[in-house]
Design a protein around this ligand. Structure first.
Ligand code: ADP
Length: 257
């Protein structure tokens, strides 16, 4: 607690009393800590690929370029790390945009069934690579939403479902109407998430398994962006999971008015 005291004097400088102001700064301290952690995380996440790019470039310049096979594999790493940097910067800018107090989505009546089918096509190659079957159980539902933002949300959830699933499993996406709302479920048969981790899942840069997530190409920002986007739609997103069984993300969105 922050306490501040000051004497109160009258017209003729006579002592009238004392004013004490006390602020509970626990919440402020907590927010300050979150901000500091975020800056530390950003710095670390940016530094890692830059260090790798610099290291491989220097080694190439020092002579490794003379061996074509070595040069090729180093260049591949440099390309991969550059892509990673680009994605990180893109997600950081996106997050800072959706976190702004005044952030609004352009919500219009949107054919959600259509939108999910399109996103399904966008992830076709990734599905094939892992031999994962995508099952769509979609009712015709029209939501009040921003189509580009909803594509982003569905992409994030589907790419995660694929990344955190093993080969030859299935992902089911359901779309239906319930109690005057649209419901979207993305269910995978992947690695699952410990109950103790679920509460922190939507935090910026939170990852259950750092190394695995990084290898899968994620930035650790996807779910924070999803949460902000869905809340900007006046909806909500929840997750249920069981380790070794799978994970289901459930989104509620308003129907088109
Ligand atoms: P990332 O870019 O690391 O995937 P996200 O914000 O999208 O970041 O997700 C945060 C973390 O939540 C991931 O690192 C992963 O540990 C976990 N996660 C997300 N989706 C799933 C899923 N479908 N199954 C298991 N774990 C998941």
């Amino acid at each position: 607690i922050d306490v501040y005291g000051a004497p109160v004097l009258g017209e003729h400088e006579q002592w009238l009393g004392i004013v004490i102001v006390s602020h509970d700064i626990t919440e402020l301290k907590r927010l300050e800590q979150i901000r500091k952690d975020f800056v530390a995380n950003v710095s670390h996440e940016l530094r890692t690929p830059v260090t790798s790019i610099k290291g491989f470039t220097e080694t190439l310049l020092e002579g490794a370029y003379k061996d074509p096979a070595t040069a090729f594999s180093f260049l591949e790493i440099i390309e991969k790390e550059s892509n990673r940097l680009e994605m990180l910067i893109k997600d950081l800018l996106e997050l800072s945009k959706v976190e702004q107090a005044g952030f609004r989505v352009d919500a219009v009546p949107t054919n959600m069934k259509n939108l999910i089918e399109r996103v399904g096509e966008m992830v076709e190659r990734r599905l094939e690579e892992k031999n994962i079957q995508l099952k769509l159980q979609l009712e015709p539902v029209i939501v009040q939403g921003d189509p580009n933002r909803l594509v982003q949300v569905m992409m994030n959830l589907l790419v995660n479902a694929i990344s955190y699933s093993t080969s030859r499993t299935a992902i089911t996406v359901r779309l239906y109407q319930q109690d005057g709302e649209a419901v979207i479920e993305v269910e995978d048969q992947g690695i699952g998430i410990e109950a103790s981790e679920i509460g922190r899942l939507f935090e910026r840069f939170y990852r259950v398994d750092r190394a695995r997530s990084r290898n899968s190409g994620g930035t650790g920002l996807g779910l924070s962006i999803v949460k902000h986007l869905i809340e900007a739609h006046h909806g909500n997103v929840k997750v249920e999971s069981e380790v070794g069984v799978g994970t289901t993300f459930t989104i509620h969105l308003p129907l088109a008015s």
